[in-house]
Design a protein around this ligand. Structure first.
Ligand code: C5P
Length: 222
């Protein structure tokens, strides 16, 4: 069955503090979205890419993608979940769907291929995950610590997150919000499987992340 990648790129990127929406900010001279689409193509396992951008940028985006990209550009929504839902409407033919943040512009193609391999092996939901390096605490609204979960049981999750298409569609039938797609799938009671993530799949979120990404690209041929 075919694999369709949904790329949410409709965020404003306020934490990055740039003039342009985050996915359009250049890294090493190429807009993040262009690098992300190039990475998906290089993985060799994605049949079609659907990119969700701010409505006013739909027309202008094509020029930022690699010329031969098998991509369709559509308008995203107010929240990330709205953007993914908008893209999912165009994923009719897919057997498997990847959801991959435009902001994870340096994701190694090999990680994308590993997620798809797990889907092809029959897993309904697959997410890349890394151990957390910091101790994580829960706090109340006043900032008082309410708990310290056991760090060894925690993982920081990345994208691409991969799903059997019918599973992701069912997850998005409910009007709930979540910070990742697997979160909605978990609520259906479906097993979500983790595979080892990759530090290079980090999400470019802050000005420091952008400098880190520039430095990584500087040190390698692109
Ligand atoms: O805000 P955050 O860093 O979690 O965004 C993750 C990804 O989701 C980014 O690539 C961003 O462009 C995208 N996004 C979106 N639509 C929104 C908000 C975020 O496509 N309304």
């Amino acid at each position: 069955g075919s694999v369709i990648a949904l790329v949410p790129a409709a965020g404003r990127g306020e934490r990055l503090g740039a003039d342009a929406p985050k996915a359009f900010v250049p890294v090493g001279g190429t807009p993040m979205l262009g690098l992300t689409v190039r990475g998906l193509m290089a993985a060799g396992v994605v049949d079609e890419i659907i990119v969700m951008v701010p409505a006013q940028l739909v027309e202008a985006t094509a020029a930022l993608l690699p010329p031969a990209a098998p991509a369709r550009i559509v308008a995203g929504g107010a929240e990330r979940t709205d953007s993914v839902r908008a893209g999912l409407a165009y994923a009719g033919a897919a057997a498997h769907v990847l959801v991959h943040d435009a902001a994870r512009a340096l994701t190694p193609p090999d990680l994308i291929a590993r997620v798809v391999a797990e889907l092809r092996a029959g897993r309904p939901a697959v997410v890349p995950a890394l151990p957390v390096v910091d101790t994580v605490k829960s706090v109340d609204t006043a900032g008082r610590v309410t708990g310290t979960p056991d760090r060894s049981a925690l993982r920081a999750v990345q994208t691409p997150q991969g799903f059997a298409a019918d599973v992701l569609r069912r997850a998005y039938e409910h009007p709930e919000s979540a910070t990742d797609d697997a979160g909605l799938v978990e609520r259906l009671g479906i097993d979500v499987h983790t595979i080892p993530g990759d530090p290079l799949a980090f999400k470019i979120t802050t000005p420091l992340d952008l400098r880190l990404a520039e430095a990584v690209l500087d040190g390698k041929q692109v």
